[in-house]
Design a protein around this ligand. Structure first.
Ligand code: BG6
Ligand code: MG
Length: 222
């Protein structure tokens, strides 16, 4: 049997940080004189901080100088960091620890594949860092999802063939990145939005040990 690796996105898969990203972007939009809605926040999932600010300024029809752009990038992150500062293990999404424990018990290599530059401190805060054999985040990539780079680096770090990797993602761009990497993609969230995924679950409570076992034993695509 080929060696299998599991790769988890962070925001919206392991922890519900989308609400904190939203609050920080909402505050900035308000300062700039316009409303930023929860629906618009959907566009920000899986998208780098820089790209999010570009989209936000488009929404508000605001033209920024490079200096303003840089200042707002910092401001958003300072506000976001203030929210995540208070995070603890109670903010881990349901059944994520059960799945991580199951994989760990089976000695399956586990990686994080996230667009966030704040991934490591968040995993530390919620006490999940020890489960991960590799962390690949916004500090390690040059190309954002849907480019497969983040997941391909994770597979390399785990010494697992990309075609033998399984990816959990809550963002359309993330599912597309996993598919482009030739990996098995599992959508966590709305199945209609994540309809390009190989499998769909609302959250990890629907992911049984038997299903994990079938993924571990499966002849992967590729
Ligand atoms: C992704 C989030 O995981 O990380 C995006 O889904 C976010 O909404 C991106 O913009 C970058 O995060 P950070 O923490 O580097 O600003
Ligand atoms: Mg995500």
């Amino acid at each position: 049997m080929k060696k299998v690796g599991f790769i988890f996105d962070l925001d919206g898969v392991i922890v519900d940080t989308a609400k904190y990203h939203f609050l920080a972007w909402h505050k900035l939009a308000k300062e700039l004189g316009f409303e930023f809605t929860k629906e618009q926040n959907e566009l920000f999932k899986g998208v780098s901080r820089k790209r999010c600010l570009e989209i936000l300024l488009d929404i508000g029809s605001i033209k920024a100088t490079q200096e303003q752009f840089d200042t707002w990038m910092v401001e958003k992150n300072v506000d976001y960091l203030a929210y995540i500062e208070k995070m603890d293990a109670s903010e881990i999404l349901p059944d994520v620890p059960r799945v991580l424990k199951y994989l760990k018990k089976k000695n399956i290599p586990i990686a994080l594949g996230s667009a966030s530059k704040n991934a490591k401190p968040i995993l530390e805060k919620v006490d999940l860092l020890p489960y991960f054999d590799s962390i690949v985040d916004g500090n390690n990539v040059t190309k954002a999802k849907p480019d497969p780079e983040v997941f391909l680096i994770a597979a390399k770090n785990l010494s697992v063939d990309p075609s033998s990797c399984v990816v959990f993602e809550d963002a359309v761009a993330g599912i597309q990145a996993a598919n482009a990497a030739g990996m098995v993609s599992i959508g966590i969230g709305d199945a209609e939005i994540l309809n390009e995924a190989d499998y769909n679950f609302t959250d990890f409570t629907g992911i049984s040990d038997d299903f994990l076992e079938s993924l571990i034993n499966k002849e992967h695509k590729g």
